[in-house]
Design a protein around this ligand. Structure first.
Ligand code: HPA
Length: 265
């Protein structure tokens, strides 16, 4: 099935991208940076998720960024929408079928680390799966035993550090903790996550990283920090704040990605 969809997309787009991008909440502006875009709504792609979250549009956009062909999943499905950790499996299988070898994941996140303030970008160096769900539950093959020791590709991270330096963008690096959502965390959960080594918290990305590694894709991931995590400032959190703040850090991330993608190994 994913092969048929991949063939349909390749026919329509006329590009064979090796780089895939997944856009997080409020980061849809990255799509505007894509040149010669061919946009296919998820509703035209059977098996693709139909996002229910405001700030997520739901289209596969194929075009170029810095002259390099890319396939962008603008809009993702989250575990909290239907309780399925594997909601993005088909879409990621299709990206692989189209020729994608490297997946760049983005999200909006709350920060536990004063060195990653709202409006900044954090590169994910590792994760904590605090949601307890796994997208490979039910997968029958032995491939389900995916090694996660080097999930966040060291070579790609080094390239991102270099790109950030050249563009003069402050890029922190840290551990992302996945909570299921959709309610935000409590201050006690954030204190726990801090003790466990988290630098940022969010409701996505981790299942996609697991799926991407299962599919043999190289992974690089970034969090746009939209707020300090629950209890740190005392302010209540909201999805509106996420949507309002994401474009700020999102603009820095687009600048970083333009530079990075031009020179990826
Ligand atoms: N927690 C979880 N997800 C988020 C947050 C947060 O504080 N901010 C943006 N997405």
């Amino acid at each position: 099935m994913s092969k048929n969809t991949a063939a349909l997309i390749t026919d329509r787009a006329g590009h064979t991208p090796k780089i895939g991008l997944v856009l997080g909440s409020g980061l849809g502006s990255l799509v505007e940076a894509i040149e010669d875009p061919v946009s296919i709504p998820y509703s035209d792609l059977p098996g693709f998720p139909q996002p229910t979250v405001s700030g997520h549009s739901g289209a596969l956009v194929i075009g170029t960024l810095s002259g390099i062909a890319v396939a962008v999943l603008s809009g993702r499905a989250h575990y909290y929408e239907e309780g399925r950790a594997d909601a993005m499996r088909f879409a990621l299988e299709v990206l692989k079928g189209v020729g994608v070898e490297t997946l760049v994941l983005t999200n909006s996140a709350g920060s536990l680390n004063p060195e990653a303030p709202p409006g900044s970008v954090m590169m994910i160096s590792d994760h904590l799966n605090l949601a307890g769900a796994n997208p490979l539950i039910g997968e029958p093959s032995d491939d389900r035993f995916v090694g996660m020791t080097t999930a966040y590709d060291a070579e790609l991270r080094a390239a991102a550090e270099r790109a950030a330096k050249s563009e003069d963008i402050a890029l922190s690096s840290g551990v992302y903790a996945w909570f299921s959502g959709p309610s935000f965390e409590t201050p006690a959960e954030i204190r726990m996550a801090r003790i466990l080594g988290a630098d940022a918290v969010g409701m996505s990305t981790v299942p996609e990283v697991i799926l991407a590694r299962f599919l043999g894709l190289r992974v690089l991931a970034f969090s746009v920090i939209t707020n300090m995590a629950a209890g740190i400032t005392g302010a209540e959190l909201s999805h509106n704040e996420t949507k309002e703040m994401a474009p700020k850090g999102g603009a820095k991330l687009v600048q970083l990605l333009r530079h990075l993608i031009g020179g990826l190994p």
